[in-house]
Design a protein around this ligand. Structure first.
Ligand code: GUN
Length: 288
């Protein structure tokens, strides 16, 4: 294995969660307020069920109220919208998260827009997307927020760095680019149609890979000393007939060249829930 420092996402996420728990305890002491997070799952997607269960457990561990709604896959869109309207009104609910993907008959955009932007702890509502893009105070999406914390754990000041984000999704790539612009990086967003992707990635002092293609980013693409943040979680066949998790970056190769790199698992993954809890605390704190 090479010289890269391994960025310990598990340890950094644990530190964020301790801070959130302390913040929640302080809010309880000072204002008698318990932050509450409502998580809504529609249907029986097994991966979503796992995520929702771990979100609820982490919420309780941070001393916050967890409200879980599991609805059948056939739930009419109007019924889901009515539930959101109810959660918007509730004084004990400060954060609302509707787990994606939603069943085909439900318009995800419509559902996201129904959430009160002040409770939109995913940061997916157009109001929060716009606030983030215009540099105003916003609830920002959890995964890119976690990536930024990991990058800053290596280097507190990112201003002036060449940052290359690979992937342009609304959940990761686009908000990641906005957050890095906010840190005064020179940001390039690469995607599936980018010409000479290796050449573009080679410019990056900071590379965030969020494409969902196992080990696509090769070690030879990495600028020596770069900070590499790998958002990918891909299950691939392993030699022993089982499966293993790999990122979007060919880890062993990249670790030979990078200055610092996140492992998969144990890098970005644990940060997402930690940032969700932080957004919930911030939403509760911002309540007038
Ligand atoms: N599904 C996959 N990632 C996410 C996420 O960050 N938020 C929600 N609500 N659903 C997801």
């Amino acid at each position: 294995m090479g010289a890269a420092r391994i960025i310990d996402g598990k340890a950094i996420a644990a530190a964020v969660r301790r801070e959130v728990a302390a913040g929640a305890a302080a809010l309880q002491r000072e204002r008698g307020l318990t932050p509450g997070l409502a998580v809504v799952l529609v249907g029986e997607n097994p991966a979503s069920q796992v995520y929702v269960r771990s979100k609820a457990k982490a919420t309780r561990e941070a001393g916050m109220l967890s409200i879980e709604h599991t609805l059948p896959a056939e739930t009419p869109e109007a019924e889901l919208l009515a539930l959101i309207a109810d959660l918007n009104r509730r004084g004990d609910v400060h954060g609302i998260l509707v787990q994606l993907p939603l069943p085909k008959h439900i318009d995800a955009g419509k559902v996201i827009e129904a959430i009160d932007p002040a409770k939109d702890v995913d940061g997916f509502h157009p109001v929060n997307v716009g606030r983030l893009a215009s540099g105003a105070k916003a609830l920002a999406p959890c995964t890119p927020t976690g990536c930024l914390i990991l990058a800053k754990s290596v280097r507190a000041e990112l201003a002036g760095l060449e940052a290359v984000v690979i992937g342009r999704s609304n959940i990761v790539g686009k908000p990641m680019a906005q957050l890095l612009l906010g840190e005064s990086c020179t940001v390039t967003v690469a995607h599936s149609r980018t010409r000479d992707l290796p050449g573009v990635v080679r410019r990056g002092d900071l590379v965030v890979a969020a494409v969902g293609r196992p080990e696509m980013v090769r070690g030879s693409w990495i600028k020596p000393g770069a900070i590499v943040i790998d958002v990918g979680i891909n299950r691939v066949p392993a030699a022993d007939g089982k499966t293993r998790l790999v990122g979007d970056v060919a880890y062993a190769e990249a670790a030979e060249v990078a200055g610092a790199i996140t492992p998969v698992p144990g890098g970005v993954g644990p940060m997402t829930i930690a940032c969700l809890l932080k957004n919930t605390l911030d939403a509760a704190k911002a309540k007038p």
